[in-house]
Design a protein around this ligand. Structure first.
Ligand code: NAP
Length: 214
């Protein structure tokens, strides 16, 4: 796949590297440090490059991996995203970890993912990766012993969800379909609770969330 990454921080860099390693073409963008972008693209390998937000947004699948306050700016900078698969990993946690942006006294009445879908109505928005930690993405393996953590994803377009599921598996996670985009309201809240539990229990970031079955 041709994947554009908007936000070259912990999540964007980590996922982009894993996708490049899996053979995808990856375009990294959106850092305040251009050299960081070039170094990242070089370390990700021959199928990766650094470019503008517009070029990243021109790929088939776009990962938006920025903090919520930067969302409007990157959507504006991206240009048209019509027809694109847009994966968001934005959890709704405040950048300083002090609390969440959803369900409290903020002006965000719906999930971040639904907000993105409203901003870019002709894109196919999927929420994924917000219940895992960047440190796990950056480590040598996603596994905890023999356990493979789950990554829950939700969205309204079935093809976009299938492609996202494959990209989740390419990173070494189990992909779990959590439902339509409306589910993002609770998935983003779960992600916030998960981070806060990990920090409060002093196990951050060495935790993986897994759907177990019988
Ligand atoms: N970290 C996690 O474990 C985790 C897990 C699940 C979900 N998430 C979600 O993923 C999103 C990204 O998290 P992250 O940990 O990858 O964040 P991060 O490391 O801070 O990365 C944010 C990226 O946005 C870029 N950026 C460009 N302009 C910016 C500006 N004016 N202000 C701030 N950043 C700017 C940063 O640029 P620079 O390169 O110049 O810093 C950086 O590349 C967040 O919404 C978070 O809720 C994170």
């Amino acid at each position: 796949m041709k994947i554009g990454i908007i936000g070259a921080g912990n999540m964007g860099a980590g996922l982009g590297k894993l996708w490049a390693k899996a053979g995808h073409q990856v375009v990294f963008s959106y850092s305040r440090d251009e050299n960081k972008l070039w170094d990242l693209a070089t370390s990700a390998g021959a199928t990766a490059k650094a470019a503008t937000v517009q070029e990243a947004a021109a790929q088939d699948v776009i990962l938006i991996a920025v903090w919520l306050p930067a969302l409007a700016e990157v959507i504006d900078a991206a240009g048209t995203l019509d027809g694109k698969i847009v994966i968001t990993c934005i959890s709704g946690l405040q950048p300083d970890f002090t609390g969440q942006t959803i369900g409290l006294a903020t002006d965000l009445k719906i999930s971040v993912a639904e907000t993105i879908q409203q901003l870019i109505p002709h894109a196919k928005v999927v929420e994924a990766f917000n219940t895992t930690f960047a440190e796990i993405i950056a480590s040598d393996s996603r596994k905890f012993g023999s356990d493979v953590p789950s990554v829950f994803y939700c969205g309204d377009d079935s093809e976009a969800k299938q492609i996202t599921a494959r990209l989740i598996e390419d990173c070494g996670y189990e992909a779990v379909d959590a439902g339509n985009l409306l589910v993002a309201r609770t998935l983003e809240t779960l992600a916030t609770a998960w981070v806060q539990f990990a920090v409060a229990s002093q196990q951050f970031p060495n935790l993986g969330l897994k759907a177990v079955r019988r």
